[in-house]
Design a binder for this molecule. Structure first.
Ligand code: NAD
Ligand code: UD1
Length: 330
């Protein structure tokens, strides 16, 4: 079975491609490399001993995308491609709306034209806004506070409308919580250019001496130690969640949280990172970051019951594997 993976050179897409290849799927990647590098393809080959077919294409270019559907016999699509930096989306919203929405609309038009009806889409826990209670379930109210999150919510709505108009579509929306960690080989991982926005990439920059100090955004939240609590999930578990979604016998439009169901505070994560890697991470407490919430963690009961999703990796594994990747790629 041939799977089109959009954004397959990116952080989550590359790990999912490895899992797909290990499970015997053929993979076609479309990526414009706006936030990734071509050498990821060699690394995927090194890990799996298998090759993928790669097209360097912007999904906003419908004709080029159409050519891929003409050439390849695609059976299913996993749609990762998109811009994802929350702060940047506030500064350049039109770029975010255009990239994330136009690329998705082009993809859906091609899927309709070529009768490809199976889709897995990368959504985000950001669509839950500031939840009133925890853990977060899939039927909680949805809202967003930034253009990035709004693109995710809009795409979810588009997918629901599409499904209602054509129930032969089989669509899975996956709402990821906080993916961290890296492939055990140390070859694939997340290493953003410049100053990272997210916690683990920032910890890694401090641990490797590229940045002097981690700013912990507030210690007066209503949490175990006052720092923000999130549901960190190993990217390898997330990758498995995608393959389970492809194999799922249940058809229709399905929505699942992918997290671990456990919350970890910023300080707990930093302390764990220090102890498992035997390294000091210099940090200071600073003021809250605008828009941040106290705590966010998933109920994963639905993914467990319907997909058989059971995360295998601990916070210790996530800290070890993230650091292993960055040491290998410094
Ligand atoms: P990433 O930036 O590493 O990967 C996205 C890939 O898409 C990149 O390789 C980029 O070059 C490509 N891309 C972007 N726009 C494109 C376009 N128009 N045409 C072709 N390729 C394009 O991001 P990631 O962390 O792997 O995230 C994958 C998906 O999961 C994204 O949709 C993201 O919004 C979503 N998501 C990520 C997180 C997270 O914390 N990483 C959390 C929730 C949801
Ligand atoms: C971020 C995104 C969200 C996305 C999610 C999944 C923002 C505002 N939100 O959420 O849309 O769905 O990632 O990956 O970017 N922290 C620090 N210092 C830092 C960085 C972070 O203390 O330098 C704290 C934050 O205050 C938060 C926690 O670490 O409590 C996690 O932050 P981050 O990794 O940015 O993820 P989220 O804010 O959960």
């Amino acid at each position: 079975m041939k799977v089109l993976v959009t954004g397959g050179c990116g952080y989550i897409g590359s790990h999912t491609t490895v899992e797909l290849l290990k499970e015997g799927y053929e993979v076609v990647i479309v990526d414009n490399l706006i936030n990734s590098k071509r050498d990821v393809l060699d690394k995927i080959k090194k890990i799996t001993n298998k090759s993928v077919t790669f097209y360097e294409i912007d999904l906003c270019d419908k004709e080029k995308l159409r050519d891929v559907f003409l050439k390849e016999e695609i059976s299913a699509v996993i749609h990762f491609a998109g811009l994802k930096a929350v702060g940047e989306s506030v500064e350049i919203p039109i770029r975010y709306y255009k990239n994330n929405l136009v690329s998705t609309l082009n993809l859906l038009e091609c899927m309709q034209e070529f009768n490809v009806k199976k889709l897995v889409f990368s959504s985000s826990a950001t669509v839950y806004g500031n939840p009133k209670t925890l853990p977060i379930k899939e039927d909680f109210p949805l809202s967003t506070t930034n253009p990035y999150g709004t693109t995710k919510l809009m795409i979810e709505e588009i997918l629901k409308d599409l499904y209602h108009s054509d129930p032969t579509f089989d669509i899975t929306i996956l709402r990821y919580f906080n993916p961290i960690g890296a492939d055990k080989s140390g070859l694939l991982g997340e290493d953003p250019n410049g100053i990272p926005n997210n916690l683990m990439p920032y910890i890694l920059k401090v641990a490797t001496g590229k940045l002097p100090v981690l700013n912990i955004f507030g210690d007066d939240y209503n949490t175990v130690d006052g720092t923000g609590v999130r549901d960190y999930i190993h990217v390898l578990d997330l990758a498995v969640g995608h393959v389970l979604s492809l194999k799922n016998q249940k058809t229709g439009l399905k929505i699942y949280n992918l997290g671990t169901g456990r919350g970890t505070s910023v300080l707990e994560l930093v302390k764990k990172f220090e102890s498992v890697n035997n390294i000091k991470v210099n940090y200071q407490i600073t003021k809250r970051r605008e828009g941040d919430i106290d705590a966010c963690y998933a109920s994963i009961d639905k993914a467990h019951e319907e997909l058989g999703f059971t995360p295998r990796y601990t916070i210790e594994d996530m800290c070890l594997d993230s650091y292993n990747f960055i040491k290998n790629n410094n």
